[in-house]
Structure formats: C-alpha cells, structure tokens
Design a protein around this ligand. Structure first.
Ligand SMILES: NC(=O)c1ccc[n+]([C@@H]2O[C@H](COP(=O)([O-])OP(=O)(O)OC[C@H]3O[C@@H](n4cnc5c(N)ncnc54)[C@H](O)[C@@H]3O)[C@@H](O)[C@H]2O)c1
Length: 342
C-alpha cells in the first residue's frame, strides 16, 4: 500500500483528506505546524497507519520523504486577507515553502506530487467557463503565490517526478477544522446565528463552489490515475453546475431557514469573479462532484443546532486566528526573557 505525505494535514481540507486516506488503507504522514490544534485530527492521530510530523514546510528535507510515494501539498496561508497580513510571510510560506516541499520530495525520489491550488488564480475572469488554458489574472498576494508556485512546480515535472495541479473551487461543508470564512459556510452561520445573510459586493460576482468531500475525492482519484492522464497537468476541481453568482448562493441558503433576511452590501474588498469550466477533470479522470450547497447548508445547520461546533472558537475565522498568532508573537518578542513572558 502506498504512503501518502499530506502537508496541511491539520487544516480544513487536510483533516478530512487524512481521514479518507486512512479509510482507504493508505499509510499517511501528516505534516503541519498545527496552528489550529492537533486535536482536530481526532481519531486519525492514533490510527496505526498514521504518522504525525509537526514541522514547518520550509524546513522539510529529503529525509522527511523517505518511503513516501505521493505528496499532497496543502499547507499554507489559505485565503486572500490572511496573505495580506504580511505579504513577506505569504511569499515565504506559500511560495518558498511549497517550492521546498516539491524539491525535497523530488530529491527523495517521490513519484507524484499533487498541489492544492485555487481557482482564485483566475481573479476577475474576462469570460465565462474559464479553462485551465485561460489567461490568469491573480488579483491578490494569495493568488499570486499560487500562480508563481504552479509555474515553479511545472519546471520540476519530468518522468521521475509527476506534478499534478488541482485548482479547487471555493470549498464548503463540515470539517473538524471548521472554516467560517468561506462563502457558503459563512452564509449558513450568519443565517443560523443572526437571522440574516449579507451579500457582499452586490452579489453578481461568480463563485464556483465544491463540497469538501468532493475535493477529497479529487485528491484520491489522482493517486492512482495513469501518468499519461495526470503528469504535468492542471485540473479545475468542481462542477459546471456549481458555478453560482453570490446572490444565488444566498437565496439557496436562505431557503434552508425560515425568516432569514437578505441584505446587499454594494462593496467588497474581494473583487474576484470567475466562472470556470470543469470539463477537463470530468472528461480525463471521469470525476463528478456529487454533493450540493443545499445539502451542505442543511448539514451545517444541523451541526450548529446540535452544538457540534463551538461558534465562539476564534479559530473558525482563519484571518482572525492568524492575526491573533501574530499579536501573541509580537507580545512575546517584546516581553520574553529566557523563553518565557513571566
Ligand atoms: N478551502 C478552500 O476553499 C480552498 C480553495 C482553493 C484552494 N485551497 C487551498 O487548499 C489548501 C488547504 O486549504 P484549507 O482550507 O484546508 O486551509 P487551512 O488554513 O485550514 O489549512 C492549512 C494548514 O496549513 C498549515 N500551515 C500553515 N503554514 C504552515 C507552515 N509554514 N508549515 C506547516 N504547516 C503550515 C496550517 O496549520 C493549516 O493546518 C491551501 O493551500 C489553500 O490555499 C483551499
């Protein structure tokens, strides 16, 4: 059975991916700094086929990849506003870190490297149904780090080291490391908690979405797909049916609740709008997304109602949590003596 090394194993997608890989019988090495807490890995932590490696991706070396067949690289600052907190940090983690993972993996003889990129690379798309060949227009530091790393990774592609790039749509659905900074998850929380959904930026902007289990499925499909189909290839991950304008998502989520108000805010710092074609992944890999925003909103509503999610946990908002970590670091640098504040 293959050994899969997953970076970002403690993240929103990573925790779900590790669970699935272990269920499918793979051996898994989970790499992460665990900024959101190791406990979110749940029972995966004690699974006999799981090995935990708490290490920064910028410090990984070839020895860390001994015996690894496939790398799935998901670690990094995972949204636009967080990357703007410190652009230097974003380049250091998302670009230098990602390059280091790939180089170290290649040096160790890893055969396949699957990178978690994003449809954000399309920025403000000039046409509908953007394909993997369409012009990229990364509008933020986050998206620029993704584009630059994609280019860097494709330079490493050869017969011995197969690079596969997955450009995920915006993900939704429940995970043990819950993210309420993602559009569907956030709208569902607002509807449940506040009785209203705020449609940012007017709502006409396009946002393709994909369920977290469908993203996990895409990664798993790439493990054993033939080299001829995936080596050096880029795939948009999602489905043509799930290209929505933001206001459509709001109406859909409103329908899961009663008495929820929709409020339209004309402005949004987030200027992204892209409508994407998912034909390639369907035709080449036979991949079909099976989940829908409506069922995910119902699932999230139930999780919230059952108290499965602590809505006061600051880690649920990626930006706020990294802001908090940076503040802690500043306080520590100003006050620490002998490695302690007090
Ligand atoms: N969630 C989405 O909607 C989405 C969409 C497209 C692409 N992606 C990409 O998928 C990947 C995973 O996203 P996610 O939603 O799970 O994000 P996440 O923030 O939940 O997970 C990222 C993980 O990376 C870890 N990490 C950060 N810096 C690190 C470092 N220097 N060394 C080691 N670990 C580090 C964090 O601790 C965290 O557990 C990211 O690359 C993201 O850009 C996500």
């Amino acid at each position: 059975m293959k050994t899969i090394l997953v970076t970002g194993a403690g993240g929103y997608i990573g925790t779900a991916l590790v669970t699935q890989l272990l269920a499918e019988g793979y051996k898994v090495v989970g790499v992460d700094r665990f900024f959101f807490g190791k406990e979110l890995l749940g029972s995966s932590q004690t699974h006999p086929n799981f090995q935990l490696l708490q290490k920064d991706i910028r410090k990984l070396n070839a020895a860390d990849f001994a015996g690894v067949d496939v790398v799935m690289d998901l670690a990094g600052l995972s949204n636009d506003p967080t990357a703007e907190l410190s652009q230097d940090l974003a380049w250091s983690i998302n670009f230098d870190g990602g390059s280091n993972v790939a180089r170290a993996a290649k040096a160790a003889g890893v055969k396949r490297y699957i990178y978690s990129s994003s449809c954000s690379v399309y920025g403000t798309g000039k046409q509908l149904l953007l394909t993997e060949e369409s012009e990229l227009a990364p509008a933020t530091t986050y998206a620029q780090t993704k584009v630059r790393l994609e280019e860097e990774l494709l330079k490493l592609q050869d017969r011995t080291f197969e690079v596969v790039i997955l450009r995920n749509a915006t993900v939704y659905g429940y995970s043990s490391r819950m993210r309420f900074d993602l559009v569907i998850n956030l709208m569902t929380l607002s509807a449940w908690r506040d009785g209203q959904i705020v449609i940012m930026g007017g709502g006409k902007q396009w946002r393709p979405v994909v369920h977290i289990q469908d993203v996990v499925e895409a990664f798993c499909t790439c493990i054993s797909a033939p080299s001829s189909a995936v080596a050096g290839e880029i795939f948009n991950v999602g489905s043509d049916e799930q290209n929505y304008q933001v206001f459509q998502l709001a109406y859909m989520i409103k329908s899961v609740f009663s008495g929820v108000k929709l409020i339209t805010a004309p402005d949004d710092a987030d200027k992204r709008s892209y409508n994407v074609s998912f034909k390639k992944i369907h035709e080449v890999l036979g991949y079909t997304a099976s989940q829908t925003p409506l069922s995910a909103a119902k699932e999230l509503k139930e999780a919230l109602t059952m108290g499965k999610i602590d809505i006061y946990d600051k880690r649920l908002n990626t930006l706020k949590h990294y802001q908090h970590l940076l503040e802690v670091q500043e306080t520590f640098s100003a006050l620490a003596e002998d490695g302690k504040i007090i």
